[in-house]
Design a protein around this ligand. Structure first.
Ligand code: SAH
Length: 459
């Protein structure tokens, strides 16, 4: 084969064996090391495919026929699974999903992190891996004059109308359906992304799994919401658990769901939920883990790895509304939390008061700026917990961790690739990763959350 030639041509039909899954759940087959991605194929399967797109470094194929089916293949229970971009692996048995995630983490730690000898435990999964999400963010659109709402189709911005979603709490389904009906009843137009016209952009619901409380957020393009009073009354009449009805205004041409302005239309500004013994107030825009049962599992693991005796000073970086901070504060001497979203920090402070925890303090700002400042002020934590967004920790933050010389670092991560990169940095600067525990926060999807136990060498 010439250097610039690919092993397959467009429209060619080939027989392949699938070895792996991509991050969006497509099967990966390799020909002379050249990957071909084929939606809905599973590792261990073989089949006839037609090549539909050829690029220099990869091709995309369409499955024509499976000649060898995986024993782990199951019938996806959701009728719109094929088109909807929300879940990726409903066609893989739950046991196999958990093992795939464990292996994926192990492989990434080895490849990117150069961490060959770290134990990656079996993924902690759910007994019932359905209906677990406490939050739905559903874009609204129109088709043939009718209001539709649902997730985007895979790799597109086309809305797949969704009568229900079996990874979400039932109450979210009822809410979305009700708001669709109310939009029709009161003539509220859906937002049109292309023309930047219309009113209703997103329906967001949040549900306190352990309190039953419900928040409904209507994200609109402008301040105007026709028939506001009637809509509020209808929501209250139809959703008895609703505690908070909120309008968020997002006038921008953007993919970002929320705008800067939030107005309470009725009820409270927040809803409450509990994780373990800690109660949390959650406002419309604050980050709160979407799977409350597994959050408890995750935080218990983080607490175990923090190994607290009651005498420790702890930093919780990227603390959100202080969830991990307050979990740790029950067992530590003092906890510092830092987070970039001001509303989240205001929730965190309220949450500390709500739980009578006086040994936690919170700062708004970029963790990579606040941590060096704390260091300069003489703060010397025994344990540092980090729970960054997908892009991982900023290098300045890792440098500050190294300078602070904590005994332990607990790294909570939603992206194994950046986790591996950051653990490598820590390994090069005197810290050893002892073990990694994947926790399945997002069953039926390719996402995997991990907690890593890291200790300073020579302790
Ligand atoms: N530990 C929390 C939140 C984790 S999500 C929980 O378990 O609920 C990551 C959080 O990091 C988000 O709340 C996000 O707003 C925040 N964040 C993102 N970039 C940041 C930065 N540079 N500094 C501080 N916080 C940041």
């Amino acid at each position: 084969m010439a250097a610039n030639e690919t092993p397959v041509k467009k429209n060619e039909q080939v027989h392949v064996t699938f070895e792996d899954l991509t991050h969006d759940g497509a099967g990966v087959a390799k020909l002379d090391g050249y990957p071909i991605f084929v939606p809905r194929a599973l590792p261990g399967e073989q089949g006839e495919i037609k090549v539909i797109k050829v690029k220099k470094n990869y091709a995309i194929g369409r499955l024509i026929e499976l000649t060898e089916e995986s024993e782990e293949r199951v019938e996806p229970p959701c009728p719109i699974f094929k088109n909807c971009g929300g879940c990726q692996i409903q066609h893989l048995s739950y046991e196999a999903q958990l093992e795939h995630k464990r292996k994926h983490v192990e492989g990434v730690l080895r490849r990117i992190g150069k961490l060959d000898n770290v134990t990656v435990h079996p993924t902690l999964g759910m007994e019932d891996p359905w209906r677990y999400r406490n939050k739905a963010q559903v874009p609204v659109g129109e088709r043939n004059g009718d209001i539709i709402a649902g997730f985007y189709a895979k790799r597109s911005h086309e809305i797949v109308d969704m009568p229900n979603c079996i990874i979400q709490h039932e109450e979210s389904d009822h809410t979305v359906q009700l708001i669709k009906d109310l939009a029709k009843k009161y003539g509220i137009r859906a937002y049109d992304e292309e023309k930047h016209r219309g009113t209703l952009r997103h329906i967001v619901t949040r549900h306190g799994k352990n309190t039953g409380e419900l928040m409904v957020v209507l994200v609109t393009r402008g301040k105007e919401l026709p028939n506001k009073k009637n809509i509020i009354q209808d929501i209250r009449d139809n959703l008895p658990h609703v505690k908070s009805i909120v309008q968020n205004i997002n006038p921008k041409k953007t993919n970002v769901i929320f705008g800067d302005k939030t107005e309470v239309l009725w009820g409270e500004e927040v809803i409450y939920d509990r994780i373990g013994d800690v109660k949390f107030a959650i406002s419309a825009r604050s980050f709160y883990q979407v799977n409350p049962d597994q959050t408890k599992v995750l935080y218990d693991k983080a607490l175990e790895y923090a190994n607290l005796t009651g005498h420790e000073t702890v930093i919780d970086a990227y603390c959100g509304i202080g969830t991990i901070s307050l979990f740790l504060a029950q067992k530590a001497k003092h906890v510092y939390g830092v987070e970039i979203v001001p509303e989240a920090i205001s929730d965190a402070k309220n949450n500390a008061r709500l739980n009578d925890l006086t040994n936690a303090e919170f700062a708004v700002g970029e963790a990579e700026k606040v941590m060096p400042w704390w260091y300069a002020q003489g703060v010397r934590p025994d344990v540092i917990v980090v729970d960054p967004p997908r892009k991982g920790c900023d290098e300045t933050l890792l440098e500050t961790i190294v300078n602070m010389k904590p005994e332990r670092v607990v790294y909570v991560s939603c992206n194994p690739a950046t986790l591996a990169r950051d653990l490598k940095y820590l390994a090069e600067h005197g810290f050893e990763t002892k073990e990694v525990q994947p926790v399945d926060m997002f069953p039926q999807t390719m996402h995997v959350e991990c907690v890593a136990e890291v200790v300073r060498k020579g302790n």
